[in-house]
Design a protein around this ligand. Structure first.
Ligand code: ADP
Ligand code: MG
Length: 350
């Protein structure tokens, strides 16, 4: 080995990966993706878009129909799950309730026939790494959610994986615990310096966790980028709508996206600020949200969004709204500065 060779910067590479379950459109359709070493990657998209299938093909729990999976430049496509150098962490941690934290972590070593003293020493080391050493003898029921998650993490690390794969690990938790647990996951990922690939259908969860988000739809990748890039520059109408917080507006030059917090609402006959574009609209809802208000607007030339009764929405601070409160039914102008709008490409597949 040459000590000067830098460690691989790409942990996982997926090349022309496809999964067909039957006739018709593949569940995962010829996707390409490179995931940087030591990064937190979230696969995000609506239910049924192919996230779990992609993760399972990386893990070796699902055979590929075609394409390749590489881990640190090694082709692992046809290796069994246990020989890939990946590990899975399951929903709600899936700990054995009758075993101590230590025995949970040591379990797979026991299955491999490792002697008790040896496997306990190794499991202890891993529990120490996630600050669970002092609680090694507790059963899962005697541990908090955060502590159980750390035991599950230690158990997943027992075979020294190069990447940890997580399929909706937080979705069975109540909302309060979910937010707490995701902050812990993120902290441990950074602390361990390990590559995480985390599947979620929650935009909020992906944005809170990810260095890189991969937005999927109908077995295809729509966009890859940092949460900031994707939130501020969704490439197409699907991503803009799925991420939320954006209006999709039809203009003579095509569809544009504008963030709901970067739009202006003016009374129908007021003069527009210099350079602004506007559409006529009618206020359809006024929702109080605490630190801000959300105005729903009808018919501002936005493409109709079936999931909402309003065609567009605008976020106003409490003080903005107090200075000029709008009422339902009022005719207004929905306005935006040209620099707040960006062009949306047609969605790959409607
Ligand atoms: P996601 O995790 O994004 O919700 P999945 O990867 O589970 O989506 O599923 C993608 C598509 O493949 C869906 O249409 C789903 O019904 C289909 N699918 C998943 N697993 C199987 C299977 N074992 N047999 C047949 N179809 C499947
Ligand atoms: Mg899934």
């Amino acid at each position: 080995m040459n000590a000067d060779v830098a460690p691989p910067t790409v942990a996982i590479e997926v090349v022309a990966l496809t999964k067909r379950y039957g006739e018709g459109k593949p569940a995962v359709d010829n996707i390409n993706l490179r995931i940087a070493s030591g990064s937190y990657c979230c696969l995000l998209g609506p239910s049924g878009c192919g996230k779990s299938t992609t993760l399972r093909m990386i893990a070796g729990h699902e055979a590929v129909s075609s394409g390749d999976v590489l881990l640190e430049n090694r082709n692992i496509t046809n290796l069994p799950a246990s020989q890939r150098g990946t590990a899975m962490m399951f929903q709600s941690f899936a700990l054995f309730p009758h075993l101590s934290a230590l025995d949970n972590v040591a379990f797979s070593l026991k299955m491999k026939g490792m002697a008790k003293a040896q496997r306990h020493a190794k499991a202890h080391q891993l529990l120490e790494r996630v600050a669970m050493g002092p609680l090694a003898q507790r059963k899962p029921a005697e541990l908090s959610g955060g502590q159980q998650q750390r035991v599950a993490l230690a158990r997943a690390l027992i075979n020294e994986p190069r990447a940890l794969l997580l399929d909706e690990p937080l979705s069975a938790l109540d909302p309060f615990l979910r937010v707490q647990m995701r902050a812990e996951l993120r902290r441990w990922q950074k602390e361990l310096g390990l590559t995480f690939i985390h599947v979620t259908h929650s935009q909020e969860e992906a944005m809170a966790l990810a260095d890189t988000m991969v937005v999927m739809n109908h077995g295809l990748i729509e966009q890859v980028g940092s949460p900031h890039e994707i939130y501020n520059r969704p490439v197409n109408e699907f991503v803009a709508r799925f991420m939320g917080g954006h209006n999709v507006i039809d203009t003579p030059a095509g569809k544009v996206g504008v963030r709901t917090d970067q739009m202006l609402v003016l009374p129908a006959n007021d003069a527009l600020p210099e350079g602004y574009a506007a559409k006529a609209a009618v206020v359809s809802d006024v929702e109080y949200q605490g630190t801000y208000l959300l105005l729903g607007l009808r018919n501002p030339g936005a493409t109709h969004n079936a999931s909402s009764s309003a065609d567009a929405s605008v976020m106003l601070s409490e003080s903005q709204f107090a200075a000029r409160p709008f009422v339902v039914g009022e005719a207004v102008q929905l306005a935006w500065a040209p620099q707040a709008a960006h062009a949306l490409k047609p969605t790959a597949l409607a």
